[in-house]
Write a protein that binds this ligand. Structure first.
Ligand code: ATP
Length: 446
């Protein structure tokens, strides 16, 4: 688990808002909800999580280190590929996929042993048997502690959408195709929580379920694959940092699935999953709740259970993606002087602080003008006011938290109502009328 501080939580909120707005406001027919974290325990029976939400794990007996079997094998396949043995790596991965799909744990152990895959810590191949481990956290509801009161913390937000499908459809008179979006916390008792906020036990997801007519899933799957990739590119990240990883091994409920992978400093990894989930979830909720969840299509004059395309992105992973893309150490040395800066080149719309307002000195009426600027801007976007230290130091501090604009108020401002605006990425400065500051910033952040 990680806590976000004052800038991290602003960054996270801006990403969350950007996703929310682009889902709900910029698409026809997608609405947002906010479902509870605690749900009826039968929900997780219906979704398959009680029986299936587990990862095969293996322990190294010498180091006591526990690995997810797929991670262990995938890491080894990456090593093979790096050694130019791509074919061998591919054979290994497809064998793994086959065994995982068949839940053949003995076969998986044998595959690890046959390939002499070793533990990174002990360097030995002394492995335990492969075991399943359910990833859901449980707790007790109410004051009586017995098994019947055991409930789960949701491991994904999607099920809150499925159980509300009919409420939303009926109250909003929604017509298929339509979508329901949700952002919220999810909890998974990951065995190996590592790589900072990439994999956590408490994290946030941004999910959208798009309900469609059965038979149209291929088109809509392609539509959402394209749409979601465009969203990532709209963050100003170049397209060669992304790739699709189409699943060969499909979950039992899916008829197509892909991951959008981003090139993190530790390699290409999933940030978002897109799945064509058929009517698996609605069908099961209908069965377990004994409540009809069909939709009446007035055009076809027919009842059916809609099919679903899901887009599911981790908010924290997106924060990590944005951070790793934005972080730069720039060498600014000249012949006369060594110099460097740390800068976070966030897209302006995601930056925690948009505008720093800096009076050159703390007197002569400059703070008063600066505070007036603050007053005219703070209701529209996040500003930061600072009087302390030299202007150079203040600029560098703003670079380090990714503030795209700084304005400095100096003595000339008293005479001609202008100020100096400085752009974070180019470090260029120009003199502009104070009255234009808000407009310049707003043009960049929306
Ligand atoms: P992985 O293969 O990395 O475990 P997953 O396939 O289990 O991920 P999904 O169930 O598809 O992940 O969840 C959708 C998204 O939620 C992922 O793409 C990821 O961004 C995010 N996510 C999943 N698990 C975690 C976690 N433990 N910590 C942070 N984000 C997560």
């Amino acid at each position: 688990m990680y806590d976000y501080g004052q800038y991290g939580s602003e960054l996270k909120k801006n990403i969350r808002d950007y996703w929310w707005e682009s889902m709900t406001r910029l698409h026809d027919n997608i609405v947002g909800i906010d479902a509870a974290i605690f749900m009826h325990p039968t929900t997780w029976k219906a979704s398959g999580h009680v029986d299936n939400f587990s990862d095969p794990m293996i322990d190294n007996k010498d180091s006591q280190k526990r690995y997810r079997v797929d991670h262990l094998i995938e890491t080894y396949a990456d090593e093979l590929e790096a050694m130019g043995k791509k074919e061998e790596a591919d054979t290994l991965l497809s064998a793994m996929d086959r065994l995982l799909a068949a839940s053949d744990f003995e076969g998986l152990k044998k595959l690890i042993e046959d390939n002499k895959i070793k533990c990174g810590m002990s360097g030995t191949a002394n492995w335990s048997d492969v075991r399943q481990f359910n990833l859901m956290f449980s707790t007790q509801l109410g004051s009586v502690t017995d098994e019947t009161n055991e409930i789960w913390l949701r491991p994904e937000t999607a099920q809150g959408i499925f159980v509300n499908f009919q409420n939303v459809q009926k109250t909003g008179r929604m017509k298929v195709p339509f979508g329901i979006a949700q952002v919220g916390k999810a909890f998974r008792n990951e065995i190996v929580a590592r790589q900072f906020i990439f994999r956590m036990r408490e994290f946030e997801q941004m999910e959208m379920q798009y309900f469609i007519k059965p038979g149209t899933q291929k088109e809509w799957y392609e539509y959402w694959k394209h749409d979601r990739m465009q969203w990532h590119l709209s963050l100003g990240i170049s397209s060669d940092k992304f790739r699709f990883h189409d699943h060969v091994k499909l979950a039992h409920y899916a008829d197509a699935a892909t991951d959008i992978e981003f090139e993190f400093p530790m390699g290409f990894k999933e940030v978002e999953g897109i799945q064509s989930r058929t009517d698996f979830d609605l069908k099961n909720h209908q069965e377990y709740s004994r409540k009809k969840l069909t939709y009446f299509d007035t055009e076809l004059n027919q009842h059916y259970l809609p099919y679903v395309i899901e887009t599911s992105i981790g908010l924290d992973r997106t924060v990590l993606m944005i951070l790793s893309e934005a972080y730069l150490e720039e060498d600014l040395s000249t012949a006369e002087k060594k110099d460097s800066r740390v800068v976070l080149k966030f897209p302006s719309k995601l930056a925690p602080v948009k505008l720093a307002i800096l009076p050159l000195i703390k007197k002569d009426g400059l703070p008063e003008i600066a505070r007036e600027i603050l007053g005219s801007c703070r209701a529209h976007f996040r500003c930061f006011y600072e009087e302390k230290d030299t202007i150079g130091k203040r600029y560098r501090r703003m670079d380090a938290i990714g503030t795209p604009f700084c304005v400095t108020v100096d003595h000339q401002s008293l005479e001609d109502q202008t100020a100096t605006i400085r752009y974070r990425d180019s470090m260029q400065q120009e003199r502009i009328p104070i009255s234009r500051i808000r407009e310049i910033v707003e043009k960049e952040i929306f």
